[in-house]
Write a protein that binds this ligand. Structure first.
Ligand SMILES: [Zn+2]
Length: 129
């Protein structure tokens, strides 16, 4: 089979549990791309931003990002569990991240802001607040 993340051929182990399902990624990629729920807390004018992400800075291509986006369900479930805790939820993709002219104005009037993304993006040293 061909790994969905690294595009290399690999052989999957045959077992009774794998009769009806096939692994889509190789063992090396399974270990390399284990999602970890990481977060940072950033103070703003009236409160705090909690910035959650699953991977540290990684150099991923668009195909890898698309595949790994399935793990965002970890953060979606967290949002559902704590729906009343935060005032504003923002998915920080590249379009939002590089459009910084309105980002600071958007979050500064809220007390508890939940920002999430697949990979970590630098927020602390970016002059958006
Ligand atoms: Zn792989």
């Amino acid at each position: 089979m061909i790994c969905k993340l690294c595009d290399k051929f690999y052989l999957d182990e045959d077992s009774i549990t794998g009769i009806f399902t096939f692994s889509k990624v190789c063992e090396a990629c399974k270990k390399k791309f284990i999602p970890n729920e990481l977060y940072e807390v950033i103070p703003i004018n009236h409160g705090l931003i909690e910035y959650h992400y699953l991977y540290e800075n990684m150099n991923l291509n668009i195909k890898q990002k698309y595949y790994l986006n399935q793990y965002l369900d970890i953060l979606y479930l967290k949002i559902i569990d704590q729906f009343n805790k935060y005032d504003l939820y923002i998915f920080l993709d590249d379009d939002v991240y590089y459009e910084t002219s309105y980002f600071g104005d958007l979050v500064n009037d809220y007390k508890h802001v939940f920002i999430f993304s697949l990979m970590r993006k630098e927020l602390m040293y970016k002059t958006i607040f």
